[in-house]
Every structure is written in C-alpha cells, then in structure tokens.
Design a protein around this ligand. Structure first.
Ligand SMILES: NC(=O)C1=CN([C@@H]2O[C@H](COP(=O)(O)OP(=O)(O)OC[C@H]3O[C@@H](n4cnc5c(N)ncnc54)[C@H](O)[C@@H]3O)[C@@H](O)[C@H]2O)C=CC1
Ligand SMILES: O=C(O)[C@@H]1CCC=N1
Length: 275
C-alpha cells in the first residue's frame, strides 16, 4: 500500500463505500480527506472512518496525490471549477467516478492537460467486494495508472478498458448492477412471504441463497447456465418456475433495463457535459 494521499470531493454513498473499503484494506485514515458541504455527512465520515474532513473542496485538494471526484454528475462542473487552479499547479491524478461524464469535459473543466482516470466502481467496495472499471486519458503516466489500480484494486475487482465508450455499458452492468440484485432479493422475499413464510425466515433464505449462488458461480468451475441446469430436475419445481420466467421474457426485460441504464449514461454526458 503506497502512502499517497487521497481527497474525496463529495462524501456521499459511493465515497462512504470506497473510504470504508480502503480503510478495511489497510490504508491509513489520516491519508484520506473528505470534502462535503454537509456537516452531517462529514461527521459520519469522521466517526465511521476516522478520516480528515472539511467543508472546503480546496482544503481537501490542496496536498492530495489523488483527487476523487465523487459528486453527482450535475454538480461536477462547479466542483471541478473550484479546485481547477490547485489541479493546474500540482497536476495530481484526477479520478472521476461520475456516471456518464466524459473525460474531455472533465479535463476541460479542470483547466485542460490533466491526468484523468474515469472510474466506475460499485457500492460493494465497502466490503472489498466491489467491481471497478478504469479508463485513462493520455496524460496519465504509467505510475499514475498503477496508483489508480492499487486504490481501486484494494476494494475489489479492477479492470481497464481502452475505449471510453465502454464506460456507459459498464455503468449499466456493474455500476448500477448491485441495485438489480438487491431488487431481486426484495421481490423474492415479498413472494416468499406471500406464500406464507414468516418474514425473518423468508429474509434469511433469500439472502443465503443469493450468497450461495453468487459464490458458486464465482468460485467454482461451472458457468451459471450449467449451475442452473444442475438445480433443474426435468418436470420438477425449478422447471416450473423457469418456465414462467421464460414466458414473461425475463431475459428481454433485463436487456431492456441495462439498455435504459446505458442510454441514460449517454444522455447524462449530453445534459451535463456541455460548456
Ligand atoms: N451510488 C452508487 O452506487 C454509485 C455512484 N457513482 C457516482 O458517484 C457519484 C456520487 O454518487 P453518490 O455517492 O451515490 O451520491 P450522493 O448524493 O450520495 O453523494 C454526493 C455528495 O456530494 C456532496 N456535494 C454536493 N455538492 C458538493 C460540492 N459542490 N462539493 C463537494 N461535495 C458536494 C453531497 O452533499 C453528497 O454528500 C455520482 O457521480 C455517481 O454517478 C458511481 C458508481 C456507483
Ligand atoms: O444511479 C446512478 O446514476 C449511479 C451510477 C451507477 C450507480 N449509481
């Protein structure tokens, strides 16, 4: 673990997950600064993670080796403008986790000619089980790439893409992805309760089943399709359920949902990436 200092501009949900995961991976809390205008948010960071906090973006950014832009896409331009002169003086590595916003827009808002890595993490980073995809602009040095990978790799899977365009599909798949699985859990729990199971039994069964299925698919030899077949006895209960999912075109619904997320990522950049 390098002793680089990291500043978060924006201390919301995703910053909490990343900061929590980084500290769990052994990073010193004193190497992290979090800036956010809301005192409650900062108190939360200080108490939960023991990091440095400030309401001033410039104070957090002043001495950082890496600055993580962790505000909503609609805020990013203003937040970038506030720290642009600091960034131009020192040229730290800029890591934007904002959905949709394109690297050339972010670089321009920071005054141009800045090393920018776009990252798309997800909230399971909190338990070091995240999935992050990185894209670097040409100003990012090999050393900075290694640093970005070290930071994001400490909180889970970390992959690179060479084409920025892929970031929209990545956002639709893994950035938003945890929400799809959480929703599936909500739906299964509600259905199990409707079938008469006590709520606590339904909850425990759904969560353990999700965990078991995810672990088998990620840790074992078999592909998800093979694992599905091994559960499905001909003429049995699973076949009855899967037939309904097929009739209702679950695959089509999921494709539509990911396409909507991908398209929203694209329009975010058109909406908030203009001058
Ligand atoms: N929540 C998620 O699962 C993921 C979010 N992202 C991206 O991360 C970014 C942040 O998302 P969330 O953490 O979910 O949002 P959030 O709303 O929880 O956090 C944003 C934080 O920014 C603060 N803020 C507002 N104006 C500010 C300013 N001028 N300077 C500094 N901080 C300011 C807010 O007080 C808030 O605490 C977004 O761009 C989103 O696209 C990316 C991957 C996953
Ligand atoms: O919903 C969003 O826009 C953000 C980006 C990926 C997950 N949350």
């Amino acid at each position: 673990m390098s002793d680089s200092s990291i500043a978060f501009i924006g201390g919301g949900n995703m910053a909490h997950s990343l900061v929590g995961g980084m500290i769990a991976s052994g990073r010193k809390p004193t190497s992290i600064w979090v800036a956010d205008p809301f005192v409650d948010q900062l108190d939360n960071h200080r108490h939960r993670h023991g990091v440095n906090v400030t309401q001033e973006n410039t104070e957090a950014a002043a001495n950082a080796d890496v600055i993580v832009l962790a505000v909503k896409p609609q805020i990013l331009r203003d937040a970038a403008a506030q720290i642009a002169s600091i960034v131009q003086e020192r040229k730290p590595l800029m890591l934007s986790i904002a959905a949709g916003l394109r690297e050339p827009d972010i670089s321009r808002w920071l005054g141009g000619d800045v090393p920018v890595v776009r990252a798309m993490p997800n909230t399971p980073a909190l338990i070091r089980c995240g999935a992050t995809v990185l894209y670097a602009n040409p100003s990012v040095t090999g050393q900075q790439k290694a640093l970005a990978e070290e930071i994001m790799g400490a909180v889970g899977l970390c992959l690179w893409v060479d084409e920025e365009e892929h970031m929209d599909a990545v956002t639709a798949t893994s950035g938003s992805g945890p929400a799809y699985f959480f929703h599936m859990m909500e739906c299964m729990q509600a259905a199990a309760e409707d079938l008469g199971l006590p709520a606590d039994v339904a909850r425990q069964l759904v969560l353990q089943t999700a965990l078991g299925a995810a672990r088998m698919a990620s840790e074992g030899e078999d592909e998800p399709g093979t694992l599905r077949e091994k559960v499905t006895s001909p003429g049995g209960t699973t076949a009855a359920a899967l037939e309904v999912l097929g009739q209702e075109d679950l695959a089509g619904v999921i494709k539509k949902a990911l396409t909507a997320a991908r398209d929203r990522s694209r329009t975010l950049s058109d909406e908030f990436g203009k001058d």
